[in-house]
Write a protein that binds this ligand. Structure first.
Ligand code: RB5
Length: 155
């Protein structure tokens, strides 16, 4: 079973509570990066950045980030080098994003998907494995090169 990190703001809080229970009852080891209570004025970066950093450092195998739409969570998670996050609301992309793109953090919209679909997406995401195919590695090498580029200095 995987070491899974999870984070949500107020827009994703109720969905996080529900999927946390499902993840635990399915034997996954969970690190909860908050929010630990429903606070209508909290900010998704405060929870998603620590989660994304834990994914990048290998402290957890995969991450699940939930905000209202999933958009803010995916924007901020992808700012952390080594994180490959995507906003996923369909089961095909939930596994194909791992198989082809080595997605290591999935973002969900707590105001978009219901519990059942969210749980299916998370299961597909956690079960999937990167293909390791040459063409997939080649593309990810190009992504990683962009990540290392210092755009401020024009390099
Ligand atoms: C919070 O109200 C909402 O803006 C946030 O959860 C998220 O949807 C941002 O992308």
């Amino acid at each position: 079973m995987a070491k899974v990190g999870i984070a949500a703001d107020h827009g994703g809080f109720l969905l996080k509570v529900a999927v946390l229970e499902l993840l635990r009852s399915n034997g996954h080891s969970i690190t909860d990066f908050g929010a630990h209570s429903l606070q209508e004025n909290d900010d998704y970066p405060d929870f998603v950045i620590p989660l994304a950093e834990a994914v990048a450092k290998g402290q957890v195998d995969r991450g699940v980030a939930i905000c209202g739409s999933g958009v803010g969570a995916s924007i901020v998670a992808n700012k952390v080098p080594g994180v490959r996050a995507a906003l996923i609301h369909d089961p095909f992309s939930a596994h194909q994003g791992v198989e082809d793109d080595n997605m290591n953090l999935v973002c969900l919209g707590g105001r978009v998907v219901g519990y059942s679909l969210a749980w299916e997406l998370i299961q597909r995401f956690l079960e999937a494995r990167f293909s390791g195919a040459e063409r997939h590695r080649r593309r990810l090498t190009k992504v990683a090169a962009l990540e290392r580029k210092d755009l401020r200095n024009g390099n």
